[in-house]
Design a protein around this ligand. Structure first.
Ligand code: HEM
Length: 120
């Protein structure tokens, strides 16, 4: 489950960058296709994330925070791509993006116990 989760968001991050590159190169159609694949990945990220939550015997506030920040990142993927496609400013969202990623990586890898490095 956790491997699926990590694979899904890592792939999503790569596709997000690919979509931005395509968009900035004027390849709007390609960017739209990648964005659609990205949306399917959001569902995989959420499904595996919720699956991980169901594996817990006791849920703590840190897990809730982790889930909320995860959803925040998905929202930012959408906002940044959508605004880039409409040639609107994205700087405020990029600042949030950096903060949210720092938080999610800290919570996921440092603070919370499950890990791709020792849980099957
Ligand atoms: C793009 C969005 C997301 C990112 C980048 C992300 C990132 C991560 C990372 C880095 C880990 C730790 C993996 C490890 O320790 O090996 C993790 C674990 C986890 N994630 Fe996410 N996540 C996202 C979305 C979500 C969502 C939407 C949920 C819940 C609905 C969620 C729930 C969880 C849970 C429960 C864990 C296990 C925590 C632990 O004990 O380490 N994640 N995620």
């Amino acid at each position: 489950m956790i491997h699926g989760h990590v694979t899904a968001w890592a792939l999503a991050l790569i596709l997000f960058i690919v979509a931005l590159i395509l968009q900035s190169g004027g390849k709007t159609k390609g960017a739209k296709i990648v964005q659609m694949i990205l949306r399917v990945l959001y569902l995989v990220i959420i499904a595996t994330g919720v699956g991980l939550l169901f594996m817990l015997t006791k849920i703590s506030v840190m897990y809730i925070l982790k889930a909320v920040v995860g959803l925040w990142i998905i929202g930012l993927f959408e906002m940044i791509l959508g605004r880039a496609m409409n040639k609107r400013r994205t700087s405020v969202f990029w600042i949030q993006f950096v903060i949210a990623w720092a938080l999610v990586l800290y919570l996921g890898f440092v603070e919370l116990p499950m890990s791709i490095f020792h849980v099957k």
